[in-house]
Unconditional design. Structure first.
Length: 295
């Protein structure tokens, strides 16, 4: 039995905690998934998983085997890429980013990248949470942050500015704020993970923080955009998402003389070691792609 496939099956069962879910994802029968895991345990001479009627958990030996299997699978994928005929890139890349950035920017960028490298396949995971890149076998994460984790390698792609915006109908009904403090009497739409109740502003060396009434919050900027377009209130949203709506007049910028703290869009990966040619190519492409966007 192919040990690389057995490791791949074991990793899937270990990370999902389910034989049935792993069988569906790998397009195998549950019996075959069970057989691969049993063969792994037979080869290593130890139990890797504890099975109950409700869940599957790793033994101590299983924890160690999971780390080693992930490393070996990564090496195997890199070797396949490096030995591809004619030097063409091939294989699969796993990428993750937020839902709003994925819809507004990254999906199109990845499509252009794949046009250059038709031998590659990309699995894009849109997720607002902080995935464990190693456990989820993510090759590259795109995150927007003021300070990325020091445990990961981060390469800046672009600056992420934000605007205050609202629908013209909302401003016509409720009035347009002339100063940040006036936001305290408005219906504000805030991101659950970024400045939910405290919004910061700066102008000509002056800084101010405003405690806003978060009438509606969400952990996805796209949901806040939909609310703002529907007249729900004033939202602080990234320019990569709202610039087209401001240009078309669907949204109107509020307090344009004031700036909000800028964040950075980072490409994040677990380690510089064993970075595959495909990931390097994607990194270089994204740096080039986002450098020319009018943000």
């Amino acid at each position: 039995m192919d040990r690389i496939t057995a490791m791949r099956v074991f990793v899937e069962v270990a990370t999902s905690g389910s034989f049935s879910a792993s069988a569906d994802k790998l397009d195998m029968s549950r019996a075959m998934v069970t057989r691969y895991v049993s063969e792994m345990e037979k080869w290593l001479g130890t139990r890797l998983l504890q099975r109950t009627t409700r869940r599957v958990t790793l033994t101590d030996a299983g924890e160690n085997c999971l780390r080693r299997s992930q490393q070996m699978l990564s090496l195997s994928e890199h070797m396949e890429e490096e030995t591809a005929s004619g030097g063409a890139l091939r294989g699969q890349l796993r990428v993750t980013c937020s839902m709003s950035f994925g819809h507004a920017q990254l999906a199109q960028a990845l499509t252009r990248f794949l046009e250059r490298h038709p031998g590659l396949h990309i699995d894009l995971n849109l997720n607002e949470g902080a995935l464990n890149l190693v456990e989820a076998r993510i090759d590259l994460a795109i995150r927007i942050s003021s300070e990325p984790s020091p445990l990961l390698i981060a390469r800046p792609l672009a600056q992420c500015d934000s605007l205050l915006v609202a629908a013209p109908a909302y401003l016509a009904a409720r009035g347009t704020p002339a100063a940040p403090r006036e936001l305290e009497s408005h219906r504000c739409l805030s991101h659950a993970n970024v400045g939910r109740n405290i919004w910061s502003f700066a102008r000509d060396g002056e800084s101010i923080q405003v405690d806003v009434l978060s009438y509606f919050s969400a952990n996805d900027a796209t949901a806040l955009l939909a609310s703002a377009l529907g007249g729900g209130g004033i939202a602080m949203l990234p320019t990569y998402l709202v610039n087209p709506m401001v240009a078309s007049g669907a949204l109107q910028q509020v307090l344009p003389a004031w700036r909000m703290p800028a964040l950075t869009i980072y490409a994040i990966y677990p380690s510089r070691r064993q970075l595959s040619p495909s990931v390097r190519a994607l990194l270089d492409f994204l740096v080039e792609h986002f450098a020319v966007l009018p943000w």
